[in-house]
Design a protein around this ligand. Structure first.
Ligand SMILES: NC(=O)c1ccc[n+]([C@@H]2O[C@H](COP(=O)([O-])OP(=O)(O)OC[C@H]3O[C@@H](n4cnc5c(N)ncnc54)[C@H](OP(=O)(O)O)[C@@H]3O)[C@@H](O)[C@H]2O)c1
Length: 247
């Protein structure tokens, strides 16, 4: 059987790196997307050192030239793509420091724009560039890494832990990402490509100053599971570690 080819954006660290590791350990060729060549090369080398078939691919999701160049390189090297994990994201808080928290009324339009540029427009740019390659796969999978903080059901439920995290740029961008996910899923529903959003849960990563209680590898298992759904798996759903849940 031919090896599956998986591209993970923002895979130089955190949940993306651990997702690349899990997919690599499952026998796939993993394309380690990173905006920094130095960090991406280092991450791919670390995975390769553990026996994983990993290659660095330069992708800054906000620089669409790098996105198109990455798609051209993947086509030349591999001819197709089986799995796309849109993982790269920023928190875009106005206050300084990772995990910084800014009230909506103190939030600048610029920080909202930055969050959308990476977390939403970046996903659209990468998906558009990679779709022709995914269409060549017998079982293409797209996973958009979302968050409980993008879930309108949770954000509006006072009993949800997400309710008190009132982070306008990030939350709104992940809600938009959920809508983006559904848009692609509906268009592609009649073919083999499944498009889902998945949340890793609250993990300890640089994104939140390592405040999350879960190791990144545990969150990555949810993402890798969504990336390896069988033909009978769902499309157009929001996947948590408890399975598909309401948006
Ligand atoms: N941690 C959590 O509790 C949690 C919970 C729910 C959802 N998530 C989601 O999980 C995903 C991974 O986050 P994480 O927690 O692993 O955060 P992280 O450790 O901060 O990793 C984020 C990754 O995205 C990359 N990135 C940011 N902007 C980029 C751009 N313009 N182009 C390419 N790559 C870019 C970063 O690259 P650099 O190293 O160059 O900055 C880094 O590799 C995100 O989608 C996040 O929203 C996380």
């Amino acid at each position: 059987m031919t090896k599956k080819i998986a591209l993970i954006t923002g895979a130089n660290k955190g949940i993306g790196f651990e997702t690349a590791r899990l997919l690599g350990e499952a026998g796939m060729t993993v394309l380690v997307g990173a905006r920094s060549a130095a960090l991406g090369e280092r991450a791919a080398a670390a995975l390769a050192g553990d026996g994983i078939d990993a290659r660095f691919v330069h992708i800054d999701v906000t620089d669409h030239g790098t996105v198109d160049a990455a798609a051209a390189w993947i086509e030349k090297e591999h001819g197709r793509l089986d799995i796309l994990v849109n993982n790269a994201a920023i928190a875009a808080a106005d206050a300084s420091g990772p995990g910084a928290y800014t009230l909506p009324s103190d939030t600048s339009a610029a920080s909202v724009r930055a969050a959308f540029e990476t977390n939403v427009i970046g996903v659209v740019a990468v998906t558009a560039a990679m779709l022709p390659l995914l269409r060549r796969s017998p079982a293409g999978r797209i996973v958009n890494v979302s968050s409980e903080l993008g879930s309108l059901e949770r954000l509006s439920d006072p009993s949800s832990p997400a309710h008190r995290v009132n982070l306008l740029p990030y939350n709104a961008s992940k809600s938009a990402l959920n809508a983006v996910t559904l848009a692609y899923a509906k268009e592609l529903a009649d073919g083999p490509i499944k498009v889902n959003a998945a949340t890793p849960g609250h993990c300890a990563t640089d994104l939140n100053g390592h405040t999350g209680p879960r190791p990144a590898a545990v969150g990555a298992a949810v993402i890798a599971g969504a990336a390896t759904l069988g033909a009978d798996g769902p499309t157009g759903v929001f996947i948590t570690d408890a399975g598909p849940e309401p948006w």
